[in-house]
Ligand binder design. Structure first.
Ligand code: NAP
Length: 308
């Protein structure tokens, strides 16, 4: 079978760190081109300044991976789908829920695959955590996602702009795991979003969710963490605690701790190939819906200005 010719759109941090090696490491794909307005691209790979230019003048492609900031994702995805090109959406899948729904309907209509990728769901501890929790009573959940924005997002202006999500950019990864491993749906009861006085997106958030059986899920998100960083989910159950740490890579159960390999993007690309070969899409918006609800229902507090 011929490899799927894929172009990466948006050659920034995540494209270089993860997408390029994952595509090169998967024989189902060949990296046909890259697109980025200001970046020079990769040695030996055709490069274009815009998706328009790629579609008009570049090599033929079967699929695109959209690794841009979320605010420009819809137009690029719609343009690709209009040509019947399969689309991989980096997380979050869009800047609004309605635009993702429109893309999903469009993909179905043209018969192309649309994949809303949630990389943290492919972290090593997540699938075994989900299997273990399926049989348990959930009493209480604590999500602690505290990192230093200056280390992880230096100079990323888009992340602070409307639609960039601020601290929910990493926080949505925690929600992508929680919505995947917890056996019942959950919804927001209360939220406080803390915004620097000079920014349009939160630097911290405190949220309380409840699942449909009444168990409380508390989420502590903060971008002002220096020193040790936390990407932890602790689930208290009738069989003892489960802890997922390091963003889902390390799973601790009452019976012991498992350290898995980093397979997140390899897992995503193998899933994307399966979707394309099977003529299917996978567009789960649950994590984005919870974030949208936090913006819809949360209280706002203002804090000190933030400077990179
Ligand atoms: P980034 O370093 O700022 O890169 C984004 C790239 O998108 C920029 O290089 C920019 O290209 C390009 N771009 C902007 N508008 C474009 C357009 N209209 N057409 C084509 N390219 C365009 O951001 P990032 O950290 O890689 O994040 C990108 C997305 O991946 C975000 O949604 C983020 O949530 C997600 N993500 C990031 C990480 C991470 O660790 N950083 C992890 C997982 C997922 P130019 O530089 O050429 O202008």
């Amino acid at each position: 079978m011929d490899p799927i010719r894929i172009a990466i759109i948006g050659i920034g941090k995540i494209a270089r760190d993860q997408h390029v090696p994952a595509i090169r490491g998967n024989s189902a794909f060949s990296l046909a081109a890259t697109v980025s307005p200001h970046d020079a691209g990769l040695d030996g790979v055709p490069h274009h300044a815009s998706l328009d230019e790629l579609l008009e003048q570049g090599p033929a492609v079967d699929a695109v991976a959209l690794c841009t900031p979320p605010q420009v994702r819809y137009d690029l995805a719609a343009q690709a789908l209009a040509k019947g090109i399969h689309v991989f959406l980096e997380k979050p899948p869009g800047a609004t829920l309605a635009e993702v729904a429109a893309l999903s309907a469009r993909a179905d209509k043209v018969g192309a695959s649309l994949f809303a990728a949630w990389h943290s769901r492919f972290a090593a501890g997540v699938a075994p955590a989900r299997a273990w929790l399926a049989e348990r009573r959930i009493d209480k959940v604590s999500i602690i996602w505290r990192e230093d924005v200056r280390v992880w997002h230096p100079g990323q202006a888009w992340i602070w702009q409307p639609g960039g999500l601020g601290v929910f950019d990493p926080g949505i990864n925690a929600l992508s795991i929680a919505t995947h491993i917890l056996p019942r749906p959950f919804f927001l009861k209360d939220a406080t979003l803390v915004l620097p006085e000079n920014r349009a997106a939160p630097i911290a958030a405190d949220m309380l969710f409840r699942d449909t059986a009444g168990a409380e899920i508390h989420m502590d998100l903060d971008w002002r963490q220096t020193g040790p960083q936390s990407w932890d989910i602790i689930v208290e159950t009738d069989a003892g605690p489960l802890k997922l740490s390091h963003g889902g890579a390390v799973l601790s159960l009452p019976s012991g701790t498992e350290h898995g390999e980093d397979i997140e993007y390899a897992g995503l690309y193998s899933r994307f190939a399966t979707l394309i070969r099977g003529g299917r899409s996978d567009v789960d918006t649950d994590p984005l819906r919870l974030v949208a609800d936090a913006f819809l229902r949360g209280k706002r507090e203002t804090t000190d200005a933030f400077h990179d």
